[in-house]
Ligand binder design. Structure first.
Ligand code: NAI
Length: 343
């Protein structure tokens, strides 16, 4: 039985990397039927809907999505469609595994980084509650609830236990935001007590940023509210070679949407040089979620092999290949990767 999956190419580099990722998934032999759904800044401006109903309808039906980035205007215009999607479908977990890829040269090439970020995905300053009190005075409300903090903490600890991870750092700024981040932290402590086998530590977010740059290999699992998670994820991506490499997943109890950490990259959109690795690795997470573990394993291996060979890498990681050339190399490596039981 084929799995129906909503494919949202998005805009900017989204259509380029989505096409590459979809081709790689099919070449990996996974039985997927794509339900392609258009979503872009242009459509939102034209339809004047925060989130077009056809996107929600498709995701509610298929319960699984692979999504490219969608542009949000900066400092004006409509609210982020990405944030709206996460809230509407209650995708409360943002999961971002950040792992060194052998063959990618970085400032940390001699250090193996393998950390996982769990970011609360529905509240905090992303509540979108902003108000101009009087001219030139604005308040932006930060919302932290016990329910949302407990469920992200519990998800992170359960995941860590299932995956034999050893340590969780809760990241916060409770020295300043004593009530909001204080509540988040109390919830993390409460859940940590249920998991005595996992070492629990706390770090103030500014110190966390410095420690990650100095000693990234000491981090295992990080757990944090929405905004810190957004910023720290990009920092972590920088440690392993950049935004072109880091996958992600937005997970809820009923639905899961897999997307890279990066945005629509308007500076390189349309040039055919975007790195599709982050979305391909997001597709690997999607295949695992669907139970297609063999296709997931083969696709991950083919991507790693393409980096180990180093001949067809995109410019962001020091190569000269186009998105299409990198994708062809991954597909060739997939064809060379035996299925279990084959020699
Ligand atoms: P960005 O992630 O789009 O780009 C930051 C830098 O990384 C740029 O120099 C870009 O060229 C590079 N980069 C990103 N992905 C790459 C890839 N796959 N291959 C090679 N280079 C890559 O962040 P930026 O510029 O801050 O945001 C642009 C737009 O994207 C904004 O409208 C923002 O709201 C939106 N965005 C959307 C997200 C989503 O749909 N989930 C997530 C983050 C941002």
């Amino acid at each position: 039985m084929a799995h129906r999956v909503t494919l949202i190419p998005g805009d900017g580099i989204g259509p380029e990397v989505s096409e590459a990722a979809a081709m790689a998934v099919m070449a990996a032999g996974a039985p997927i039927e794509w339900e392609r759904v258009e979503l872009s800044a242009r459509i939102i401006e034209e339809t004047r809907q925060e989130l077009p109903e056809w996107v929600l309808e498709s995701l509610r039906r298929t319960r699984v999505g692979l999504k490219g980035p969608v542009t949000t205007p900066v400092g004006e215009g409509f609210q982020s469609v990405n944030v709206a999607l996460r809230k509407q479908l209650d995708l409360y977990v943002n999961f971002r595994p950040v792992r060194s890829i052998p063959g990618v040269r970085t400032r940390y090439s001699d250090t193996f980084i393998d950390l996982v970020i769990f970011r609360e995905n529905t509240e905090d300053l992303y509540a979108g509650l902003e108000h101009e009190v009087v001219r030139d005075v604005v308040t932006s409300l930060k919302v932290i609830t016990r329910a949302a903090s407990l469920r992200i903490a519990r998800y992170a600890f359960q995941w860590a236990q299932r995956n034999r991870r050893k340590r969780i750092h809760a990241v916060h700024k409770a020295n300043i935001m004593k009530l909001g981040d204080g509540l988040f932290l109390r919830c993390c402590r409460e859940v940590a007590r249920e998991f005595p086998d996992i070492e629990y530590r706390e770090l103030i977010v500014d110190n966390a940023a410095m420690q990650m740059v100095l000693r990234p290999e000491t981090f295992d699992v990080l757990l944090m509210p929405n905004l810190y998670g957004d910023i720290v994820s990009d920092l972590a991506a920088g440690l392993v070679g950049g935004l072109g490499l880091v996958p992600g997943a937005n997970l809820g109890d009923d639905c899961a949407v897999f997307e890279a950490v990066h945005g629509s990259a308007p500076d390189i959109a349309g040039k055919g040089i975007a790195n599709p690795t982050a979305l391909m690795l997001s597709a690997v997470l999607m295949l695992e979620h669907l139970g297609e573990t063999e296709a997931a394993r083969r696709l991950r291996y083919a991507i790693e092999r393409t980096y180990a060979e180093g001949a067809h890498l995109t410019p962001d990681v020091g190569g000269t290949a186009t998105t299409a050339q990198f994708t062809d190399a991954v597909i060739r490596n997939l064809e060379k990767t035996p299925r279990v039981g084959e020699s």
